[in-house]
Design a protein around this ligand. Structure first.
Ligand SMILES: Nc1nc2c(ncn2[C@@H]2O[C@H](COP(=O)(O)OP(=O)(O)O)[C@@H](O)[C@H]2O)c(=O)[nH]1
Ligand SMILES: [Mg+2]
Length: 448
């Protein structure tokens, strides 16, 4: 296993030499990469001489100063190319104790991202001025509030990343160039379902040199966080990941192992704004089923906890990928046959259902083609598909106002009219496609 420590520097002549030597003295078998942003003091010379002295030390001299995030991105790409399996990042000013490195490495055996945390039990700060403490508190809480991050120290720069996480990112797409880089990395890790843990550290305020946190950096941080919050509201999570297959897998795993939502409960009890939406949607769909549903042999694909299934004819079948939903559906729709299964590969023979219901399902799929062709396969000739998806609408931007709606979904699409038509028409004849629920949904009726 190859571990590399990445240290960004900007005018750190007082500390960097001693820090690198202390790290190497620990004999952890790690290498060190320093990314210097064209420091105006002697940092550049010092790190060059370290590189000549120690084969484990590498240096990048950046010509143009673009900030901390940009330096990290260049450094992380570089160490991935060197074949690093574990990547530790830390500050150059001894705020992070090299003795903690081995603990971060150990912890990273279990987690994809390990954060050295000042704000979990056992962690803390020493020699830090009150204004820095307040600033740190403010920054962290703004980020947590706007982005729904649960990590207590989301701006900490002392971390260990596993290769597979960094590899899955499009590092060039990281928008935050300054200190918000740290926050953005955690948002991406969380969005993609990587595991994150915090381990306590004692952070020491710097003794030498000057902090690079200034008014400009604070503004830059705030701007970046607002931008991230805007993107996460819009659900722009699909841009995070490089490999579509990987995201597809994570997406499926999210619905199979993580999602825990009860549509029946949300619709029956007043849970907040989405109760209105779910009630309206259920009403619309029931009307359509009454009008267009055919035969007695219904299949509800992605039946969830059984919101619609329990209103279908008794012989109906419900299928979902999530075993927790299945359990609840068996209670709510006790007369139905309920099966755990994947819509991309359904456990049913050809042409066995007269009507398929597919509500709030297609939008969770990066590529709906496989599921649609499976639905077509299991439908009888002339069978009917009744479904709904979210419609692209400004109202969805206010999803964050709801306390209970799922937030961690890796992927969630809002459809445009043309897009939905284009998705459905290769498989079905579209009988009706219309906007419903205050313009938040499309409802569609199709025929095989
Ligand atoms: N390469 C590079 N390093 C930076 C930049 N800004 C800060 N750093 C480094 O990032 C680390 C954290 O910065 P520091 O000033 O100690 O922040 P503070 O501890 O929050 O006051 C230190 O190692 C800095 O030298 C930058 O623009 N480019
Ligand atoms: Mg510092």
């Amino acid at each position: 296993m190859k571990s590399i420590i990445v240290i960004p520097t900007l005018n750190e002549e007082g500390d960097i030499g001693r820090l690198v030597k202390e790290i190497l003295k620990l004999n952890l078998g790690v290498s060190v990469l320093v990314i210097d942003d064209n420091s105006t003091d002697r940092t550049g010379e010092i790190v060059d001489s370290l590189m000549q002295q120690y084969s484990e030390v590498k240096v990048i001299h950046k010509k143009e100063r673009k900030g901390l995030g940009a330096a990290y991105i260049e450094g992380l790409k570089y160490v991935l190319n060197l074949g690093a399996d574990r990547i530790i990042t830390m500050d150059a000013d001894f705020s992070h104790d090299p003795k903690d490195i081995s603990r971060l490495l150990k912890e990273s055996e279990k987690y994809d991202v390990v954060v050295g945390s000042r704000y979990v039990q056992g962690g803390g700060t020493v020699h830090w001025e009150l204004w820095r403490k307040l600033l740190s508190w403010g920054g962290i809480n703004i980020a947590k509030l706007l982005l729904g991050l649960k990590i207590k120290d989301c701006t900490s720069g002392f971390r260990c990343y596993k290769r597979k996480f960094l590899e899955s990112l499009r590092l060039d797409k990281i928008a935050s160039q300054g200190y918000a880089f740290q926050v953005e990395m955690l948002v991406r890790a969380r969005n993609q379902g990587f595991s994150i843990s915090e381990t306590p550290i004692i952070f020491k305020g710097r003794e030498k040199g000057e902090s690079k946190v200034n008014f400009r950096e604070i503004l830059k941080f705030t701007k970046s966080i607002l931008k991230l919050a805007f993107h996460s509201l819009r659900g722009d999570k699909q841009n995070d990941v490089y490999y579509i297959d990987e995201l597809q897998k994570r997406n499926k795993n999210y619905y199979r192992y993580i999602e825990n939502y009860d549509w029946v409960e949300v619709t029956e009890k007043m849970k907040g704004l989405e109760t209105f939406f779910h009630r309206a949607r259920l009403g619309e769909i029931r009307k359509l089923i009454k009008q267009f549903g055919r035969g007695q042999n219904y299949l509800d694909v992605g039946c969830g906890t059984g919101l619609i299934l329990r209103h279908l004819p008794h012989k109906s079948t419900g299928m979902d990928i999530n075993p927790r939903h299945i359990k609840k559906a068996k209670k709510y729709a006790s007369k139905a046959r309920i099966i755990e299964g994947d819509a991309e590969n359904m456990p049913f023979p050809d042409s066995c259902f007269s009507t398929v219901i597919c509500t709030e399902f297609l939008e969770h799929q990066l590529d709906s083609r496989k599921s649609l062709s499976e639905i077509k396969r299991v439908l009888k000739p002339n069978g009917i598909l009744i479904g709904s998806v979210p419609k692209h609408s400004l109202i969805w931007n206010f999803r964050f106002l709801s306390r209970t709606c799922p937030r961690e979904e890796p992927f969630h699409k809002e459809y445009e009219f043309k897009e939905l038509k284009k998705s459905l028409s290769p498989y079905f004849k579209i009988i009706k496609l219309s906007s419903a629920c205050w313009g938040m949904s499309f409802m569609f009726i199709c025929k095989k």
